[in-house]
Design a protein around this ligand. Structure first.
Ligand SMILES: *Cc1c(COP(=O)(O)O)cnc(C)c1O
Length: 453
């Protein structure tokens, strides 16, 4: 059979409310043209993020009832711990309420003024946690000079050079993010992880994985890296983890739950420090900011995510949307990554100057034409205005991301997204820019007000 079908059937459904174009025009206006301000019930297809939006399985829901809510030493903790240990091989497993809480603890224990952390690309919460702990984040992505399929790689030549330049004693931590979210959810090869690990070891620098999408990454390795086609995704994942001293994880991605995360590491002294931090901000080490039932759902989710029928469907469903968009003529980042489609809004809406936010215009158009919510990742999110020079400094690119939630939408939902994309494409040359009429001091994309120009 050629058709790849969803490897699940649906037992519980959630109603989608349909709106007309006229209604959406009004909704958009009332939300000040900022999709973050639109009520979720007014959205037809929500592609804002793949984080915490997964559909849980009947087994996960079942395990919620098994949650042991004891304050200390709950059975659920031990089941969670054993699932994470089995997958990662790390000695110390520390639950947190989400990924950034694990990052916060990790960088607090590596806090050291003047030192740097190196990542293939720091995710924005990772960068923020590095920065507040007086460390400096250095990105060394290899996307321009690496092989086509593994554009998420770390640039290992630059890594060696950077360590030489600053001195290994000034590198607090080396980290690889799998998949590399900031460059389009593109994977990192096993070879690259191995190489970075050996450079870290040689220089006595701790090496960690930001493992949010480890299963999607492992599946790409199985599919495209030589020598892995016969291996299971689980054993590929175990090998990736084996090259690092520990990992941070947002369970909201590849653990198929709506909330949760963990920090896992081998070094027991560091783990003790981490647990001391955990108690201050998250909770006792056997629950760390989560309910016993959440720990059960994560343990179960980690089993399900390495299922290869699931991953075949998952990666294919993203590819499917991407291929159709290319056919329509919509410029997207290629190759297509593991959790989202990234549209190049600057290219598509080339008539809109960058200080009038082509990405925002495209996001609004997708909502207006089809009730689809997507996310601007461009100059609204990362652009700046330099007051001294009175000059607008754009982001490096103007992307619109359509992130696909796990196990939530069917192929006909995706066909609808493609249909709407056709309509948006047809009208794209008529779209105009936006201006910001009100903005907060930090992270303006969440709450800013816009107006069409
Ligand atoms: C989502 C994400 C995080 C942060 O996790 P949260 O659970 O949202 O706090 C860190 N790194 C990467 C690569 C992510 O995608």
């Amino acid at each position: 059979m050629k058709t790849i079908i969803e490897p699940f059937r649906i037992k519980s459904v959630e109603q989608i409310t349909f709106t007309t174009r006229e209604q959406r025009k009004q909704i958009l206006k009332e939300a000040f043209y900022n999709p973050f301000k639109i009520k979720a019930e007014d959205i037809i297809i929500d592609l804002l993020t793949d984080s915490g939006t997964s559909a849980m399985s009947s087994k996960q829901w079942g395990r919620l009832m098994e949650g042991d809510e004891s304050y200390a030493g709950a059975k659920s903790f031990y089941r969670f711990e054993s699932a994470v240990k089995d997958l990662t091989g790390y000695e110390n497993i520390i639950p947190t309420h989400q990924g950034r809480a694990a990052e916060s603890i990790l960088f607090k224990i590596f806090r050291d003024k003047g030192k740097i952390t190196i990542n293939n690309t720091h995710f924005d919460t990772t960068r923020a946690n590095v920065t507040v702990n007086h460390l400096t984040a250095v990105d060394l992505p290899a996307h321009n000079n690496s092989e086509l399929r593994f554009k998420g790689n770390m640039d290992c030549d630059s890594l060696v050079e950077k360590i030489k330049e600053v001195g290994s004693e000034n590198v607090a931590l080396i980290m690889i993010t799998i998949t590399n979210n900031a460059v389009g959810g593109l994977p990192v090869s096993m070879e690259n992880i191995k190489q970075a690990s050996s450079i870290a070891k040689k220089n006595n620098i701790p090496f960690f994985l930001d493992a949010c999408r480890f299963a999607e990454n492992a599946f790409f390795i199985k599919k495209y890296e030589k020598g892995f086609s016969e291996r299971t995704v689980k054993s590929i994942s175990q090998e990736m983890f084996s090259y690092a001293d520990g990992c941070t994880m947002s369970a909201k991605k590849d653990a198929l739950v709506n909330m949760g995360g963990f920090l896992a590491l081998n070094d027991s002294n560091l783990a003790e420090e981490a647990r001391n931090q955990l108690i201050i901000t998250e909770g006792f080490p056997t629950y760390g900011g989560l309910n016993g039932r959440d720990l059960e759902a994560i343990a179960q989710g980690l089993n399900e995510i390495v299922d290869e029928d699931y991953l075949t469907y998952r990666i294919r469903s993203i590819e499917y949307v991407g291929e159709r968009m290319l056919k329509i003529g919509i410029p997207i980042i290629q190759p297509i990554g593991g959790h989202a489609i990234f549209i190049d809004a600057q290219k598509l809406l080339s008539q809109i100057p960058r200080d009038q936010f082509p990405g925002q215009s495209l996001v609004c158009s997708f909502f207006l034409e089809g009730g689809i919510r997507s996310c601007e990742i461009g100059s609204v999110m990362f652009g700046k205005y330099n007051d001294e020079l009175q000059e607008f400094i754009p982001a490096p690119y103007e992307y619109v991301r359509m992130a696909i939630p796990r196990r939530v939408y069917t192929q006909s939902h995706m066909d609808y997204v493609i249909e709407v994309s056709e309509e948006v494409y047809r009208k794209s040359k008529e779209l105009g820019g936006y201006k910001i009429v009100k903005e907060p001091k930090f992270l303006r994309h969440f709450t800013a007000h816009f107006a069409p120009i």
